[in-house]
Design a binder for this molecule. Sequence first.
Ligand SMILES: Cc1cc2nc3c(=O)[nH]c(=O)nc-3n(C[C@H](O)[C@H](O)[C@H](O)COP(=O)(O)OP(=O)(O)OC[C@H]3O[C@@H](n4cnc5c(N)ncnc54)[C@H](O)[C@@H]3O)c2cc1C
Length: 400
Amino acid sequence: MRRVLIIGASVAGVSAADALREAGFDGSIVLAGAEPHAPYDRPPLSKQALSVDDTRDGHFPLRGDEHYRNQQFELLLGKAASRLDTDRQVVTFDDGDEVPFDDLVIATGCRANTLITENGEPLPVLRTLDDARWLAKAASTYTQAILIGAGFIGLEVAAGLRRRGIDVTVLETAPTPFQHSLGPELADWLCGYHAAQGVRVIAGVQVARVRGAPGRYEVVLADGRVLEAGIVLAGIGVRPNTEWLLGSAVPHNEVGVLCSASGNTGLAGIFAAGDVAATHHAPSRRVMRIEHWTHSVEQGRAAARHMLLGEVTQLTPYFWTDQHDRKLQGYGRRQPGDSMRVVEGDLDSGEFVALFGANEHFHGVIASNRPRSLRRYRKLLEENASWSQALGLAEANVAG
Ligand SMILES: Cc1cc2nc3c(=O)[nH]c(=O)nc-3n(C[C@H](O)[C@H](O)[C@H](O)COP(=O)(O)OP(=O)(O)OC[C@H]3O[C@@H](n4cnc5c(N)ncnc54)[C@H](O)[C@@H]3O)c2cc1C
């Protein structure tokens, strides 16, 4: 019987498995993951997991247990792949087990970078369910928190901790956080919005070292200032889980596994999907990872359909993030040098739709608390519409 082996039991891997069954695959599907937990959802870890009112009590399963039984997926949990032999078509696991495959999906995602304290201990991060459970417990114990690095996830955590009455400071090396991804006006708005909710953002600073342990950390800045907190969390980016591919024929580098939008690595029967995948992004002329949930679902599904049906799909990156009571959603990406135009609402109210583009190219749209307007612009991005077409649609919407 033909066997598809999926390494990485998270949203990209599970989506690939589901799409294989939906497309009529009746062979064996083996889903192997390094974590001991059944596949779970990561976005709630920086949102609901921090809320004292959440009824799920730290459980965020992606699917119910019966789903894996009904779909006849073989789940291998707590098993980390350590080696891939593409000639023999075999994956070796850290316990020495070998699993042969006909087709392979690489969906091992990323892990969080961290900083090491003076005692040689890694600072806490937020990537896994275990991290989130630790943080929720710490949030009910300590009253001050420092987040090192201002990314979307870090700021979601800042919002969650503030809601619990914790004093929160965010430290960021860049002079203006988010300037690169959002541009100056939106970046200012986001930082101002957090400040208005009581989050202290200190930008343009370097962390020299961190002393102590949970409950009594000291963060020493390069300018000599010393900040104290019970919780210090590192939110300084991620790196792809590709070490197990070393020595294999799979094309990969420090960005991730090199593949097409539908996960094709160029090796027969071997696909990649989700946060570990690195694809060419035409507007930025760069190979990059798209580290977003919906993209991981879509790429997992696209990889399955490419494998089974030969279908080739193009994907339009989509993200969302919850910042206090604002839901930001976006398609496409702002490019350096882009102009920004607010075409609905305004930044002062915190409810708006903003478009990015330059030189007749429309590159992206970000909406805050305006989900319905957003979808119209997705279609334009898929059609490679021009900047003036995007602005034309915006004017027509206002007029209509
Ligand atoms: C706290 C948090 C909040 C987020 N919030 C949002 C949000 O609001 N919006 C949004 O769009 N995105 C959000 N994301 C991003 C989103 O969750 C990711 O894009 C998505 O989880 C990527 O899925 P994945 O399956 O590719 O990889 P991952 O979810 O990273 O899963 C990869 C899995 O592979 C396993 N693995 C690694 N190496 C091996 C190995 N050698 N052998 C076997 N298994 C291995 C890992 O243990 C892991 O379970 C958030 C992420 C985090 C951490």
